[in-house]
Design a protein around this ligand. Structure first.
Ligand code: XIL
Length: 356
């Protein structure tokens, strides 16, 4: 195994710069250079208003993920009627540019319209969930190749005996909520890649090891029951101040391989709220962290795709969700707010498919 650059975002700019230089300069072995499509989530408001955003999506992405427009909140604002307007626009854009699509997401405890939060019975929840999945997957059959069928089902900091996140789906449908969703998606589009998507599998913390084990258990149970599941989506919202558990992550990749499921990186960005203000220091730390993370995964098995949660620092959820104390804008993504490539982009492109 190749030694990995030590990453510690707070260890000082010099160490980070040296680490990054080594990461960029090292000639990756053939196994470290797989053909991996790159992509980004696309947000409809910015897509509609900013031609430079559209151009960047066209230029840098092999894969597009509608960021919010396939969520229940967007599609099911009205209980009786589906609104596909935003999703259709992004799907058409992606396909016209020869890009693949990931669908995000069919079951999630968040981003629900108000009416969905008032469901009270198992019968009602199952009826609505299955109808939703049938309608949405059927509409994009043959166009959206991969679905995040279930998003964030694993408990944040799992307690013994309760592996699942407390959501309306878990409450009304029990542990089978996951299975119900996967079965419904597979029935409608047997050709689709069906993925369980979740966050934080990478930090050296006992709660994170528990989360990895729960993911393995969920996938094994689905497989044992003959429920189709093809991949694990790892969101990878990486906290710059926390180290990567290389050993745990590598072992996780091997365990997933034994279960015959692929992995994909689905929402990569770097939460830089605790880093020093200097932009170059932050960009180096972010690129170095992403390099360590991806290299660890690729050493075990190449992911099916690497998708960042946005492309340019101009538009990112990190500003609202993880604001900096100094109120400086976050720098979590591969392009800066003016669409200039950052060091992170170079790291990502090492993994991009040769033909792109
Ligand atoms: C975020 C979007 O980026 C925001 O625009 C929106 O306001 C809230 O949701 N995990 C997920 C994503 O699975 O769907 C979330 O996206 C970020 C965290």
């Amino acid at each position: 195994m190749k030694p990995i650059t030590k990453r510690d975002a707070l260890a000082g700019a010099a160490a980070l710069a040296a680490g990054l230089a080594a990461a960029l300069a090292s000639k990756p072995a053939a196994a470290a250079r797989p053909a991996i499509p790159l992509g980004s989530a696309a947000e409809i408001g910015s897509y509609r208003s900013d031609p430079r955003y559209r151009a960047a999506l066209a230029q840098y992405c092999d894969v597009i993920v509608p960021m919010n427009d396939l969520k229940w909140e967007a599609l099911r604002h009205d209980r009786a009627r589906f609104d596909f307007s935003g999703a259709d626009e992004l799907v058409d854009f992606a396909l016209a540019g020869g890009k693949a699509l990931r669908g995000h997401t069919l079951l999630w405890g968040e981003a629900l319209p108000p009416w969905a939060k008032t469901m009270t019975t198992r019968r009602e929840a199952e009826r609505e969930l299955v109808r939703h999945i049938e309608t949405v997957v059927d509409r994009y059959k043959g166009r959206i190749a991969t679905w995040d069928v279930v998003n964030e089902a694993i408990a944040f900091d799992p307690k013994p005996g309760e592996p699942y996140r407390d959501t309306i789906w878990r409450r009304l449908l029990g542990p089978e909520h996951i299975e119900i969703a996967f079965r419904a998606a597979a029935r409608v589009d047997p050709g689709a890649r069906l993925v369980l998507n979740d966050f934080n599998f990478e930090e050296p913390h006992p709660g994170v090891a528990a989360r990895r084990q729960i993911a393995i258990d969920i996938i094994r149970k689905l497989k044992d029951k003959g429920v189709p599941i093809h991949g694990l989506g790892m969101q990878a919202h990486l906290y710059a101040e926390n180290p990567i558990d290389r050993h745990g992550l590598l072992q996780f990749m091997l365990d997933l391989g034994k279960l015959d499921v692929d992995v994909e990186i689905t929402e990569l960005d770097v939460i830089d709220w605790k880093l020093p203000a200097d932009a170059m220091t932050r960009d180096r730390a972010a690129a170095s962290l992403v390099s360590t993370y991806l290299q660890t995964i690729v050493e075990a098995r190449p992911p099916r795709a690497i998708v960042t949660w946005g492309l340019s620092d101009r538009y990112t959820w990190i500003n609202e969700t993880f604001p900096r104390k100094d109120a400086a804008a976050a720098r979590p993504l591969p392009l800066d707010a003016d669409y200039k490539p950052k060091l992170m982009l170079h790291v990502l492109q090492r993994y991009r498919r040769a033909a792109a």
